[in-house]
Write a protein of this length. Sequence first.
Length: 450
Amino acid sequence: MIHTSTNQLPRTLGLWSSVALVIGITIGSGIFRSPAGIAQKVPSPALMLALWVVGGLITLCGALSLAELAAALPQTGGFYAYIREGWGRRAAFLFGWAELVLIRASALGGIAVVFGEYLLRSTGIDPVEHYVVARTLSAAAIGFAACANIIGANVGAAIVGVSTLAKFLALVLLVGASFALGGGRGASVTHLTASASGPIALGAMGLALVSVLWAYDGWGDLSFAAGEVKNPQRNLPRAIILGTLALIAIYVLTNIAYLYVIPITEIADPRTPLVAADTMMALFGQTGVVLVSVFVMISSFSSLNGSMLASPRVFFAMADDGLFFDAIAKVHPRFKTPYVAILLAAVLGMALVMSRSFEALTETFVLAIWPFYALGIAAIYRLRRLRPEMPRPYKAIGYPVVPAIFILSVAAFVLNAFISDPIPTAITFALIFAGLPVYHFAFARRDQRV
C-alpha cells in the first residue's frame, strides 16, 4: 500500500521553477573546481572530455529512469519513497539514515566551503590564510539558506531561479569569450588534441569519474520536493529530463573552452586548481579573476540554496512515515514548510563545514549517495513486476536497458573505489550500515511490513 502523508505540503513549484531547481542545484562548485583534479588523474584532453560525456550519459540514464518513479510516486521524499515502495521500510530507513549522518550534511558543507572561499577571493582576501573567516562565512551561508527556505519553498525556488540565470550568463561569458578572444591570447585547438604524457590506468579514470559525478549530482534532488510540484505527473519527468540534457551540454562546452585556452598540463598543476579563474586571467587579466570569483560565489550559493530546499524533505517524509522522530514532521504553522527538518540539515551542515576539508566532504557524499541512487532506480523492475496496475503516466525510455546501464555503472564505480581507495570507502559504508541496529532498536516495532 502506498503511503499517503497526513501533513500535506502545498504544491507551489511549476515546470520552469522545477527545471531551474534541477540546474540550480547541480551547477555549483563542481564545474569550476573539479576539472583540475580530473586533469591530474587523466592528463589527456580527449579522455577528459570523454569522462564528462560518460558522466553525463550515466546521469541521463538515471534521469530517464527516475522520471518514471517520480511520475508514478509523486511523494515528498523522492528516493526515500522509491526505495520504500520498491524494497521495504528497512532499506528506506537506511537511506534516510545515510542522508542524516553522511550525505546531505557533506553536500551542504562542500558547497558552502566553495562559497566562503570564493566570497573572500572576490574581495582580494586569500581564503587559505584566513581559514576561520572563510569557514564562518560558509556556515553563515548555510544558515541564510535555511532561513530562506523556512519562509517558503517559493522564496527558496526564486533565489535558485535568479541565481541560475546568473550562472548561465557566467558560463556563456566564459565559453563565448574563450572562443571569441582566446585565439589572440594563447588559445589553440592543438590543446584539445594533445597526447597524454604516459599510460592512464583504468583505476585512475574511475577515480576521476568521482569528481565528474560530484559535478553532475543534483539531477535527482527535485524528486525530494515532489510533493510540492504542480501537476507532478506531467512536470516532474519534463523537468528532470530537460534539466539533465541542458547540464550535459553546458559541462562539455565549458570544458572544451577550458582546454582551448589552457593546456591540460597547466590545468593539472596542483598549485593553480581554479581553472575558471586561470581561464579568465588569460582572457581579461586580474579583472577576469575577480569576475569569475563572483560568478562562482553566486553559483555555489544557488546550489547550496537549492540543496537546502530539496533535501530536508527526506527527513520530513521519514518522520511523517513513522521512521523518524515525530518532531521532524512538524510543518511551520505560518509558512507551511518542514522547518524542523530544514533546521536539522542546516545544523549538521554547519558542523561539518567547520570540521572537514572540501575533498573529504565531496568524496564522502558521492560514495555514500550513488549506491542509493542505483537502489532507487532498481525499484523500477520490482514495482513493474509486483504492481503492474500502478498508474505510470511516464515510462522509462529504453526500459529495461537504460536503467540497467545506470545500475551497472554505479556498481563498477563502487567496486573501483573499494579497490583504489579501500579504507575511506570501508569507513563510509560502515557508517551507512550502522543504521541497521538503529532501525531495529528504535523503529522496527512500529512496522510489521519489513
